[in-house]
Design a protein around this ligand. Structure first.
Ligand code: GAR
Length: 207
């Protein structure tokens, strides 16, 4: 693995506001131990790709091609691994990446993948809890506090070691959309860059 700054890839699927927070933090000098050099999307329509382009960061989208003998997941992961290797990536950040990675993929980057989840794990997490569904579930249950979690990725969906967590109040009249925005503003966009720096610094010290 490389010495000096950790080479970071951000994996996205949608709007990319967490990617934006990471790029802004990098510009502001808040991720001195790493550098975002690659953005990969499983969805060619993801606005996150435009955000990468605006920042002059290389962004690529999977075109959905599934070579013979592979299933969809294997094809996507092969495509991801090829580009991660080509760019000598040290650290992977899942920022709204709506896809559960296989054990083999996770093993290839053990303790080098982080994910942001829009709830206080172990609440409202695991398979099926993604995006707005997470906030619908929190409102449906009637909890008064939710938040966001950044954790290392292991084979259990949303089950890896927690790095950072921040609570956010639920207010009367909240809709899933309103709550999602508050959780992003008050927790996700702050925690994710902090966790990126934490992990890059830790790995840099080990190198
Ligand atoms: C974010 O709220 C992120 O935490 C969530 O999807 C949204 C993506 O927004 N991720 C998950 O639910 C993963 N389980 P963004 O594309 O604007 O960053």
């Amino acid at each position: 693995m490389s010495k000096g700054k950790m080479r970071i890839a951000v994996l996205v699927s949608g709007g990319g506001t967490n990617l934006q927070a990471l790029l802004d933090a990098q510009k502001a000098g808040k991720i001195p131990s790493g550098e975002i050099v690659l953005v990969l999307s499983n969805n060619p329509e993801a606005y996150a790709l435009q955000r990468a382009a605006n920042f002059g960061v290389k962004g690529l989208a999977w075109d959905g091609t599934v070579p013979e003998g592979l299933n969809r997941r294997q094809a996507l992961e092969a495509w991801l691994l090829q580009h991660l290797k080509e760019e000598a990536i040290d650290v992977i950040i899942l920022a709204g990446f709506m896809f559960i990675l296989s054990p083999a993929f996770i093993e290839a980057y053990r303790d080098r993948i982080i994910n942001v989840h829009p709830a206080l794990i172990p609440s409202f997490c695991g398979e099926g809890f993604y995006g707005l569904h997470v906030h619908e579930a929190a409102l449906g249950y009637g909890v008064k506090v939710t938040g966001a979690t950044v954790h290392l990725v292991n084979e259990i969906p949303d089950g890896g070691r927690i790095l950072l967590q921040k609570a956010v109040d639920i207010l009367p009249g909240d809709t899933p959309e309103v709550l999602q925005k508050r959780v992003m503003e008050q927790a996700e966009w702050i925690l994710l860059p902090q966790a990126a720096e934490l992990l890059c610094r830790e790995l840099g010290e080990q190198a």
